[in-house]
Design a protein around this ligand. Sequence first.
Ligand code: B12
Ligand code: SF4
Length: 237
Amino acid sequence: MKVKLIQPRMLKRPMDTDLKIRMSPHLGLLTVANIIRHDCEVTIENENIRPIDFDDVPDLVGIAVTVDVLPRAIEIASIYRQKGVKVIAGGIHITTASSSVPKDAFDSLCIGFAENTWPQIIEDMKHNRLQSEYVSKSLTSGNDIVAPAYDMIDKTDYLWYNVVSTSRSCPHKCDFCYNSSGTHQYINRNIDDVLADIKSLGTKHIMFIDDNFIGNISWTKQFLERIKPLKLNWNAA
Ligand code: B12
Ligand code: SF4
């Protein structure tokens, strides 16, 4: 099965330079790719880097949606759906505000983590029974989190490719923040898995992009002990 994953063109604000749109690769899409690539032929296209190739006819298109790109995601979906290609939308905006998405814009919505929804999505695609919505269950431990497929990144496309996520979400639930959405579960990754990501990047400068790098202090202390021997230059968001 051919699956094409797309990051739509972002909406630049007046203060954004062209560097803003090619800052770093999309970890969500790289994670989806790693979940399914043993079973599917996966490609990723980032419209912030180069125009989308609309001449192809994959079996399934997955579009990553943040709030700013929803209108463009709907346009892209419409182009593929006119060709009979199924289109599924996922990512943070679909996860936290699915009710704001027009009902007929996509064939399916993936709400929450891809780790426990995509295997079902692929199974349903194989049997021609794609559902209109997939909602992830809670992950049972950090071991369930799949690493991004870092080897799929063309490092020359980005200002930084050295972005690593050690957790998902945040233990606090400030009411203005998307992390207060019921579907968003705070969870730390397996430390060995994070170390493997860091080593695979082949650089001493690592940017931890977690919403809350110190959400579980005892985990963070253990993690910092483990990265000490690597002598990294690191920063956290
Ligand atoms: C790292 C990061 C960046 C980096 C890298 C962005 C990039 N290219 O991906 C930088 C600094 C460049 C950046 C820039 C911007 N960002 Co930013 N960023 C983040 C941050 C901190 C982490 C995202 C991440 O990698 N998470 C780890 C991955 C693995 O998790 P995930 O994305 O949730 O993916 C899982 C699921 O959502 C799902 N999934 C994800 N994608 C898809 C796609 C499909 C098809 C499916 C089915 C499932 C699926 O499966 C994944 C695995 O379970 C988030 C906060 C957050 N925690 O989400 C903000 C966040 C995503 N950013 C945000 C925004 C607004 C922006 C900007 C638009 C800001 C601006 N105006 O300039 C730009 C857009 C730049 C661009 N071209 O994309 C907002 C989005 C708000 C919203 N509700 O949509 C967030 C949530 C921050 C916030 N609190 O407001 N960002
Ligand atoms: S990420 Fe920040 S704003 Fe959001 S819930 Fe956590 S502490 Fe609050």
